[in-house]
Design a protein around this ligand. Structure first.
Ligand code: MN3
Length: 227
């Protein structure tokens, strides 16, 4: 979850999602992050605590700090993160887009996961939606996996709600569905930094294990619009 300074930032299992942004309440209006609830333990078998520490405290916080530096004193200071991402894109501010989008993407990504076995599988209602779009849940998993494994270079693979139809999309580098006004439901980070600590160059192994820690409750909440 992202909030401006002076507001507590929730965890991945708190009622408010990690990636939601709040308007500032104080005179200083920095984005802040709270630790994912599973930061200390990691997310076996997909992400060790060491890998998560590097990813969250190293990469994600670097995007946070850079975004705060870039918006400080500008017209975007104090705006919700989604607005910052869209404004950076429309003004071709590449540095701000890359950092703010990565800030958003990572917070969403942490929300998309929970310790293995906590959720297990999608609810019947969500599975039905997946079947309508992909034929079966297994077909969906295979298509999503193939997209993630085949996403060339650094980027993200997403399940999105594109005008009521569930689709799988790949984005490159920092690009994000919210920059295209498309609603993300689920994502996996396939930048090498997301899996190299645990799996070296074996992205397929990482993607395979990742399915065991998907937070289907969160995905369903995105689809229904409930927080
Ligand atoms: Mn990452």
């Amino acid at each position: 979850m992202l909030r401006r300074e002076s507001r507590r930032v929730g965890s991945a299992v708190a009622s408010a999602p990690l990636h939601s942004a709040s308007k500032p309440s104080g005179s200083r209006r920095l984005f802040t992050l709270s630790d994912p609830s599973y930061l200390k333990t990691g997310l076996a078998p997909a992400i060790s605590s060491k890998a998560l520490d590097v990813h969250f405290n190293g990469h994600h916080k670097a995007y946070l700090n850079k975004t705060n530096d870039l918006v400080k004193g500008t017209a975007l200071d104090g705006k919700p993160l989604e607005e910052v991402v869209l404004a950076a894109k429309s003004s071709n501010n590449t540095a701000l887009f890359n950092n703010s989008a990565q800030l958003w993407n990572h917070s969403f990504f942490w929300d998309c996961m929970a310790p293995a076995g906590q959720n297990g599988k999608p609810s019947a209602a969500l599975e039905q939606r997946i079947k309508e779009s992909f034929g079966s849940f297994d077909d969906f998993k295979k298509k999503f996996t193939d997209s993630a494994v085949g996403n060339f270079g650094s980027g993200w693979t997403w399940l999105v709600d594109a005008n009521g139809k569930l689709e799988i999309r790949n984005t490159g580098n920092a690009d994000t569905p919210i920059a295209h006004k498309i609603k993300p439901l689920l994502t996996i980070d396939i930048w090498e930094h997301a899996y190299y600590v645990d799996f070296l160059n074996k992205r397929p192994d990482y993607v395979s294990k990742w399915w065991e820690v998907v937070n289907w409750n969160f995905v369903e909440k995105q689809l229904s619009g409930k927080k």
